[in-house]
Design a protein around this ligand. Structure first.
Ligand SMILES: NC(=O)C1=CN([C@@H]2O[C@H](COP(=O)(O)OP(=O)(O)OC[C@H]3O[C@@H](n4cnc5c(N)ncnc54)[C@H](O)[C@@H]3O)[C@@H](O)[C@H]2O)[C@@H](O)CC1
Ligand SMILES: Nc1ncnc2c1ncn2[C@@H]1O[C@H](COP(=O)(O)OP(=O)(O)O)[C@@H](O)[C@H]1O
Ligand SMILES: [K+]
Length: 449
């Protein structure tokens, strides 16, 4: 049971391929079931465990876990609505010598293991499975899902049948998109990986603590990263982004636009057409509070022509031509509404949408939300889940844009800069606790760094 940070994300199909490449499916199931049993024993204390087994190999994992728990002397019962249908699951079922209670009449237990359906779920649960899964979870103190909470898809974060909210999900062999993508992810609770030794390759990974560029003895303010913020109609937003760039670690931040006041560390200048020609500028951030009028259009055109690395956020995303050729490293930071406006609506998964957008616009995309997906034009993807829901407040996106500018100006390549900023933003939100405002989040960036 290991943390998922930095681990590859596999779809149902790539998982099946990894499983086939391994060759010994029975050994994999034995390992998976044993991993589930070990985790359950660690968390259950002396409490009884009830394992719900489905018809496929997810159910097979459940039977193996039940056998392992029994062998270890742990009180365990099994319930199922149907007989196993795969050879592997039948073999696992045959090794369970205790009774199999009908799901509909099964008595609850303090610890519930959901081994009903995993990556093979292809349609909504029938009424018996759905109703009794909820009944037994409501009576349990702890619900542990095997591989995925039964009822969610594997690849795109959709919910076919609403499962109960599990406390823990044990991802078998690899993390799957639905462990991270909403709305499915909220039903998984904490996600931990059970390593099956598959070492699968994937261009998609779970976000991990980034390698920041820290200052050294030879660093000066410009080499540490100079960020220019282009202001506009609402200077508050671009100021918030400016201060975020400072607190995220930029050595010099220039706010180009109206507005006065602290912090004194922020260098303020009025906007001018030549404002972005300073070759020391390592990143230009444009969009927070920019507005969408002709002035905003002119400023965006100047920024795009400057050749400086760019972070394009907020209003600027509504003025941008996604298909225009790029002359500089560019990071876009859209939320769902901005993705729709720029690239059109789509029912594809958030990971696929981010990847398609990055390739089409030849940029790094930070597709924001409770699940944030970062995609590069070369198909690399990293996903950040578990962000504080309290980030759903005005201005927190401006903070991310500023932090992204700081990371880009520090010399990190765009994908790494985007990843570092998203991680920093998420950890800062964690430090802020509840009911914080965007200004508090800015302060917390320093503490995280
Ligand atoms: N991929 C791997 O490396 C490993 C996979 N294992 C397990 O195998 C699981 C996948 O097994 P399966 O492919 O057998 O899939 P599942 O066990 O998830 O379920 C598939 C079975 O249920 C049926 N089914 C699908 N949706 C249904 C619904 N709503 N109502 C009723 N029946 C439905 C399918 O027709 C099929 O018979 C994984 O989630 C994992 O738990 C582990 O045993 C070990 C390793
Ligand atoms: N429910 C949520 N849980 C976690 N993070 C969220 C949630 N809602 C929004 N966020 C994050 O908060 C930020 C909001 O950005 P955005 O929508 O651009 O707001 P604004 O433009 O007001 O600053 C993004 O980083 C996004 O990922
Ligand atoms: K399950």
């Amino acid at each position: 049971m290991i943390p998922i940070d930095g681990h590859p994300i596999l779809t149902a199909a790539t998982m099946r391929a990894a499983e086939q490449a391994h060759g010994n499916l029975s050994a994999l199931m034995a390992q998976a079931g044993a991993g589930v049993a070990t985790a359950a024993r660690r968390l259950a204390g002396a409490s009884e465990v009830l394992v719900l087994c489905g018809p496929g190999n997810n159910g097979g994992d459940g039977y193996v876990a039940a056998v392992e728990l029994h062998v270890a002397g742990h009180p365990v019962r099994v319930a199922a609505a149907t007989e196993p249908r795969t050879d592997l699951a039948r073999a696992a079922r045959a090794r369970w010598t205790g009774p199999v209670e009908p799901l509909a009449t099964a008595r609850p237990a303090p610890i519930l293991i959901d081994a009903l359906f995993g990556t093979g779920l292809s349609r909504p649960l029938d009424a018996v499975h759905a109703m009794h899964f909820h009944r037994l979870a409501a009576a349990a103190r702890l619900t542990i899902a095997v591989d995925l909470p039964s009822g969610v898809t594997t690849d795109d974060g959709r919910v076919l049948t609403e499962p109960p909210r599990c406390h823990l999900t044990l991802a078998l062999g690899a993390v799957k998109p639905s462990h991270l993508l909403q709305p499915a992810a909220r039903y998984a609770g904490h996600v931990r990986l059970i390593d099956l030794g598959l070492s699968p390759a994937s261009v998609a990974t779970v976000i991990a603590r980034p390698a920041f560029r820290d200052p050294g003895p030879d660093t000066h303010k410009y080499s540490r990263g100079m960020v220019a913020l282009v202001g506009g109609a609402m200077p508050g937003a671009s100021e918030l982004a400016s201060i975020a760039a400072l607190r995220a670690g930029a050595g010099y931040v220039l706010h180009l636009g109206d507005g006065t006041g602290p912090p004194h560390a922020l260098v303020r200048r009025p906007w001018s057409a030549g404002a972005l020609t300073d070759p020391r500028i390592g990143a230009v951030v444009i969009g927070p509070g920019l507005g969408r009028d002709d002035t905003a259009r002119d400023r965006l055109a100047t920024a795009l022509a400057s050749g400086r690395p760019l972070v394009i956020d907020g209003d600027a995303l509504h003025l941008l031509d996604a298909d225009a050729p790029r002359s500089a490293q560019t990071i876009l930071t859209p939320h769902a509404g901005e993705i729709d406006a720029l690239f059109g609506k789509s029912t594809a998964s958030k990971i696929d949408r981010a990847r398609v957008a990055a390739a089409r616009a030849d940029v790094v995309v930070i597709f924001k939300g409770p699940d944030t997906v970062i995609a590069a034009p070369d198909s690399r993807v990293t996903v950040s889940a578990d962000a504080s829901d309290w980030l759903s407040a005005a201005g927190t996106g401006d903070v991310l844009a500023g932090a992204t500018g700081a990371m880009l100006a520090s010399g990190l390549p765009p994908f790494e800069a985007a990843t570092a900023a998203v991680w920093l933003h998420r950890e800062a939100a964690r430090l802020c606790g509840r009911s914080f405002i965007a200004d508090d989040l800015v302060g917390a960036l320093s503490r995280v760094r």
